[in-house]
Write a protein that binds this ligand. Structure first.
Ligand code: SF4
Length: 244
């Protein structure tokens, strides 16, 4: 049986068609994720990353379908050690989208991103610019399952999970994305630049303005950089106001 035939059969058995509608593959010659791309494509399993990002963007999965699909996902090894998936929280029509790297232990236990000490700090950061996670703010991560021992998600894990985030962004249609930390910034911008060189600029992800700041967990360990994070938030607020 050919690989595409086998994949289609598996998708049909899982009830994922016509949700997973295939279109001609689009290659990105500038991508620095070549290694991850080829690795992902070699995995003979039902996986969102078997589709290109462009294919998934056009899919019409609603929130419930998407969240249900994520909750059953086994596309990367992180599913083996998770307690539960951590999909995201907040206003599904938010202007602001905050994206971290992945769930930690508390998030894995509670099923909600940015709880615990880092979450408290993020809530304080949001409050400083008159925001809260229930109104005009949505919070999620690059990967929806906890990396063991709080390690960074690998490039392949991030790529496997990327189509879910892409669909979340398409459903939310935020005005501004804030990448929290190096892992989120580098994955969203397809870059290997340092966080210090990515801060202070308006980037773009899927055509949406994106600003980079530090991850709250890092700020808990590096208090002097809180001042820089405050500067980033003010920059984000000014950028948002210029978009309105
Ligand atoms: Fe699936 Fe993402 Fe969890 Fe990996 S991290 S198993 S791709 S939901």
């Amino acid at each position: 049986m050919t690989a595409p035939h086998r994949r289609n059969q598996i998708l049909a058995e899982l009830g994922l068609t016509p949700l997973w509608r295939l279109r001609p593959e689009v290659s990105n010659p500038n991508s620095t994720l070549t290694e991850a791309n080829s690795l992902a494509k070699s995995i003979d399993a039902v996986s969102p990353a078997n589709l290109t990002e462009q294919e998934f963007i056009d899919l019409d999965a609603d929130w419930n379908t998407l969240q249900s699909t994520v909750s059953r996902c086994t596309a990367c090894q992180l599913h083996e050690t998770r307690t539960q998936t951590v999909f995201g929280v907040g206003d599904r029509k938010a202007d602001w989208l905050f994206i971290g790297e992945g769930p930690g232990a508390t998030e894995d236990a509670r099923g909600e991103p940015f709880v615990g000490q880092a979450g408290k700090l993020l809530d304080q950061m949001l409050a400083a610019i008159q925001l809260d996670r229930g109104h005009q703010v949505y919070i999620t991560n690059i990967v929806k399952c906890r990396p063991p021992n709080n390690r960074n998600p690998s490039l392949n894990e991030a790529r496997q999970c990327a189509p879910y985030l892409t669909r979340q962004i398409k459903l939310i249609q935020p005005k501004l994305i804030v990448a929290l930390g190096k892992v989120a910034a580098q994955n969203l911008l397809n870059s290997d630049e340092s966080i210090s060189s990515l801060r202070g600029k308006v980037h773009s992800h899927l055509g949406i303005p994106l600003i980079v700041t530090y991850h709250p967990a890092y700020l808990l360990r590096s208090l002097p950089d809180k001042a820089k994070a405050w500067k980033d938030l003010c920059f984000a607020l000014n950028t948002m106001q210029s978009l309105s």
